[in-house]
Design a protein around this ligand. Structure first.
Ligand SMILES: *Cc1c(COP(=O)(O)O)cnc(C)c1O
Length: 400
C-alpha cells in the first residue's frame, strides 16, 4: 500500500481531530524518518520533543524488549522492582525529593492541580471550594476539560463547556501581573518556562527568578510545566536551571520515555506531594514496570551520551545559522537550545506552506500558531546535519 491508501484509511475510519502533513511514516532512526514510499526526512519536530533521544534509540529499544518479556503491568496494588529505582534516579538527576508517576502530560498537570488544591486546604488555610490556581495567557498544558477550561485558545475550548472553576489567567512573562493576581485563596502559579505551543515564546530574562521570589513571599506553590522544555531540550536538564531556581512542582513527560511509551511525572522538592494519602489519587498504568524501565534508560542515555550539552551547543549553532538568512519573510528568530522558532511576517501567508515546502525537500517541521515555524530536532543532531537542514531552510525562506 502507498501513501494515498493509508491516508484514505485514516480519513474513512479515524476521528478528524488532526490535520497532519500528508506523509505516512514507517521507520525512524536518530534524527531521520522514512515514509512508506521510501523517502527519507530529517525530523525537526521530534514528536513535540518526545523523541529528544532520537527515534528508536537502540539502548532504549533493547530495555523495552527485555522488560516486555519479563513484566509489564502490576497496577499499583502490588509493588514492582523498577519503580523505586526509577524514583531514585529521577530524583538524583532533577534534584527532587518526591515523584508521582503518571502517563500523559495532561495527567501530570491534572495531578499537580489536585495536589496544590489539597495542599491549599490542608496547609494554606484556604476555605474548602475556594482554591485558585493562576495560569498564563497562551498557555498549553494539555487537552482535558479542566486544562482547556483555562486555555486562552478559543478552538481548544469551543464546545466543551461547562469548565472547572478555580483558575485565573494573567499575561505570560509579567511578574507584576502575578503579584497583583494573588489573593488569599491562591494556591499555585502554573507556568511554562518557555511557551512552546504558543510559538516558542521566551519570557524576559529573570522572569522565573522573580516568579520564584513572589511565590516564596506569598507562600504559594510554583509549578513549572517542563513537559516540553525539560529533559535537555533547552540545553539543560530542566529549563529552570537557566535561571538557577527550583520550582516546587515540576511536570515532565514526553521525552521521559524517549518516545517509546507515555510516561509522565510530577516532581516535588517540597512537601506538596505529601498531601496525598493512600487512595487519594491513582492510575492503573502510572508507575508500571515497563514505563519505569524505559524511563530509566531514556534518562541514562540522555546524560551518558552528552545529549544535553549537545542541545546547548547545536542550538547555538542552529540559531546563529538561521540569523544569517536574509529574507523579507522573517520577522524574528528565537529560541534556547534546540527549541527554536522562526516567526514569519504577516504578509508571508502563514507558516504551513513553508513547512510543506520543507517537507518536499526532506525536512519535517511543524507550524505553530500560524506564523511560526518550529525547529526542534532530536538532541543527537550534528553540525553537518544542521548545515544540511540550513541549505533547505534558507532556500525555502528566501524563495517563498
Ligand atoms: C505536550 C504538552 C502537554 C501535554 O502532554 P500530553 O502528553 O499530550 O498530554 C502539557 N504541557 C506542555 C508544555 C506540553 O508541551
Amino acid at each position: 500500500m502507498h501513501t494515498q491508501g493509508y491516508i484514505q484509511l485514516e480519513n474513512e475510519f479515524g476521528a478528524m481531530n488532526y490535520r497532519p502533513l500528508d506523509i505516512v511514516l514507517t521507520r525512524g532512526q536518530g534524527i531521520w524518518v522514512w515514509d512508506v514510499d521510501g523517502n527519507k526526512y530529517m525530523d525537526c519536530l521530534s514528536a513535540y520533543s518526545a523523541v529528544n533521544q532520537g527515534h528508536c534509540h537502540p539502548k532504549i529499544a533493547a530495555v523495552m524488549k527485555e522488560q516486555a518479556e519479563k513484566l509489564t503491568l502490576t497496577s499499583r496494588a502490588f509493588r514492582n522492582d523498577q519503580l523505586g529505582l526509577f524514583y531514585k534516579e529521577l530524583c538524583e538527576l532533577t534534584h527532587s525529593h518526591t515523584v508521582l508517576p503518571m502517563n500523559s502530560g495532561a495527567e501530570a498537570v491534572e495531578s499537580a492541580i489536585k495536589a496544590v488544591r489539597k495542599w491549599g486546604y490542608r496547609e494554606h488555610g484556604v476555605p474548602e471550594g475556594r482554591a485558585e490556581v493562576i495560569a498564563c495567557e497562551n498557555n498549553f498544558h494539555g487537552r482535558t476539560i479542566t486544562i482547556v477550561g483555562f486555555s486562552t485558545e478559543p478552538q481548544y475550548r469551543d464546545g466543551y463547556s461547562p469548565f472547572t472553576p478555580g483558575f485565573r489567567v494573567i499575561p505570560f512573562g509579567n511578574s507584576q501581573a502575578l503579584e497583583q493576581a494573588i489573593t488569599p485563596n491562591t494556591v499555585a502559579f502554573l507556568v511554562e518556562p518557555i511557551q512552546g505551543e504558543a510559538g516558542i515564546i521566551l519570557p524576559p530574562d529573570g522572569y522565573l527568578r522573580e516568579v520564584r521570589r513572589i511565590c516564596d513571599e506569598r507562600g504559594i506553590v510554583m509549578i513549572t510545566d517542563e513537559i516540553q522544555t525539560g529533559l535537555g531540550r533547552t540545553g539543560k536538564m530542566l529549563a529552570e536551571e537557566h535561571e538557577g531556581i527550583e520550582a516546587d512542582l515540576t511536570l515532565i513527560g514526553k521525552a521521559l520515555s524517549g518516545g517509546f511509551y507515555p510516561v509522565s511525572a510530577v516532581l516535588s522538592n517540597q512537601e506538596v506531594l505529601g498531601v496525598f494519602q493512600p487512595g487519594d489519587h491513582g492510575s492503573t498504568f502510572g508507575g508500571n514496570p515497563m514505563a519505569c524501565a524505559v524511563a530509566r534508560v531514556a534518562l541514562r542515555v540522555l546524560v551518558e551520551e552528552g545529549m544535553i550539552e549537545n542541545a546547548a551547543k547545536m542550538g547555538d549553532y542552529f540559531l546563529s545559522c538561521l540569523r544569517t538568512v536574509k529574507s523579507p519573510n522573517i520577522k524574528e528568530i528565537r529560541g534556547r537550545g534546540l527549541m527554536i522558532g522562526v516567526e514569519l511576517v504577516e504578509e508571508a501567508g502563514g507558516a504551513r506552506r513553508f513547512c510543506e515546502a520543507l517537507s518536499a525537500r526532506g525536512l519535517l517541521c511543524k507550524e505553530t500558531h500560524k506564523n511560526v515555524i518550529r525547529i526542534a530536532p532530536p538532541l543527537v543532531i550534528r553540525r553537518e546535519e544542521i548545515d544540511w537542514a540550513m541549505e533547505r531552510i534558507a532556500t525555502v525562506l528566501t524563495q517563498g
